[in-house]
Design a protein around this ligand. Structure first.
Ligand SMILES: Cc1cc2nc3c(=O)[nH]c(=O)nc-3n(C[C@H](O)[C@H](O)[C@H](O)COP(=O)(O)OP(=O)(O)OC[C@H]3O[C@@H](n4cnc5c(N)ncnc54)[C@H](O)[C@@H]3O)c2cc1C
Length: 409
């Protein structure tokens, strides 16, 4: 594995896969290092699978990345045939205080360019969502909120990069690195590698990897999110993702439908100490069934197929941390906490700008922007064959969804 690359990307979550995809198609020779045996196995394996349009995101790097992503993501998903449902979202006010926030939500959405947000009368709301609890006071409809396959999307980004020459190494932990004034020496559990530039996309370990280069940009404060997945026989109960009105404490728990038509309740948001995926809380069923009852009461009559947890790589900063050190050819992409699936293509474009314009690395190969349609076949045993290689599905939503395609139930 002793080789020279233009760029070494550290971490194979959705962000690392998108960065490797973007840089490779623009002609950079890339190496993706992932410490685990499978890609997409940490923060990216525990999200809600929603593609947010950014209607409720403050002006920030995060918003810029989501907006940049929105410009391309539908073409990419379409070319790769990744399932997508443009189901939209309905924000529901359950009390007067929440109702009074609606004009601010609409104004902000308009300010950030989401102009198709609609205020619904109560009768429109119940016509759209007839199974909603009868205690609602009003609703907003956001057509641009979508759901997709949160595992297949990053895996196909990686697959495209691999076909165009990127090297993907799993079971490869970056242990230390050394800058020799021209290039980085990367000491990994698989041996030494050299690259002109390093992009740190290490998610929940982003601060630790930054410290390997003597940087102290942020620290990770993992935030746990938990979900219940209902059997897809309940899918007719909702027609869009049902959002609460955000409060000072956060965005709240959503009742939504996955791209494979399972109804999901989640995510919770609790600060935790450890960076490894935590167990499901004993009281989770009670906590989330209370939300289900208050939102779509008849959901409680349906079977829960699975519960899962995810960990957000949150930091002390309420924004993404994307910056470059042009003297040492290092790009940090940290704190991609709750919208990484939605923003990944924009993040990747921003990283390419840093590598090309600021650090000024010349791609050592020709670019190849054309995307080939991959051949994707899911099996009956929790794997998907992408072109000729078989991969284990690591995301519970995708796992349940692909299994459901084979089940006669
Ligand atoms: C509960 C929850 C709900 C969410 N819902 C949504 C949603 O609906 N829509 C949305 O857009 N986003 C959502 N997100 C956010 C999204 O999942 C994250 O923003 C995204 O997964 C972050 O990806 P990442 O690649 O930065 O991190 P990760 O997926 O954690 O990837 C980092 C990788 O780096 C590897 N790594 C770390 N250190 C090293 C090292 N030294 N050497 C080699 N490899 C290393 C890790 O093993 C890991 O695989 C949600 C997140 C959670 C937890």
């Amino acid at each position: 594995m002793d080789m020279n690359y233009d760029v070494a990307v550290i971490g194979g979550g959705v962000v690392g896969c998108a960065v490797t995809f973007e840089l490779t198609r623009h002609g950079f020779s890339c190496l993706l290092l992932e410490k685990n045996s499978t890609l997409v196995s940490e923060a990216s394996a525990g999200n809600s699978g929603m593609l947010h349009c950014g209607f409720d995101i403050k002006e920030s790097t995060e918003l810029q990345c989501i907006q940049k992503s929105q410009a391309h993501v539908f073409d990419v998903l379409n070319t790769f045939s990744v399932p997508l449902q443009r189901i939209g979202a309905t924000m529901v006010a359950w009390n007067d205080e929440q109702l009074q926030k609606f004009p601010h939500v609409v104004k902000h959405a308009n300010n950030v360019g989401v102009e198709d947000i609609q205020t619904l009368s109560l009768s429109d709301l119940y016509q759209k969502e007839p199974n909603l609890n009868r205690k609602a006071l009003g609703g907003l409809y956001i057509p641009g909120e979508c759901v997709t396959d949160p595992w297949l999307f990053p895996m196909l980004l990686m697959n495209d990069a691999r076909h165009k020459g990127a090297k993907i190494f799993t079971d490869s932990l970056l242990e230390s690195c050394h800058w020799d004034d021209k290039r980085w020496m990367l000491y990994t559990t698989q041996g030494l590698v050299k690259s002109k530039c390093i992009v740190n996309t290490a998610g929940l370990y982003g601060d630790i990897v930054d410290k390997l280069a003597g940087k102290n940009n942020f620290s990770i404060h993992p935030r746990k999110g938990q979900f219940t997945i209902y059997n897809k026989s309940s899918s007719h109960l909702i027609n869009s993702s049902i959002l609460p009105v955000p409060s000072d404490v956060g965005k709240g728990v959503i009742v939504f439908r996955s791209v494979y038509d399972n109804v999901i309740v989640g995510p919770t948001a609790d600060q935790v100490e450890r960076r490894v995926r935590p167990p499901i809380d004993d009281n989770l069923s009670h906590r989330l069934s209370t939300v289900a009852m208050e939102t779509v009461p008849s959901l409680l009559q349906y079977k829960v197929d699975m519960k899962y947890t995810g960990l957000r790589p949150a930091t002390e900063i309420k924004d993404y941390v994307i910056r470059s050190d042009n003297d040492k050819n290092w790009v940090t992409v940290g704190g991609i906490r709750s919208t990484g699936l939605s923003g990944c293509l924009g993040i990747a474009e921003m990283v390419r700008d840093f590598v090309q314009e600021d650090i000024r690395i010349e791609p050592s190969r020709g670019s190849c922007l054309v995307l080939d349609k991959p051949d994707v076949k899911s099996t009956t045993h929790g794997t998907v064959v992408i072109d000729t290689t078989e991969f284990t599905i690591t995301h519970p939503l995708s796992m349940v969804g692909h299994a459901g395609q084979h089940s006669k139930l």
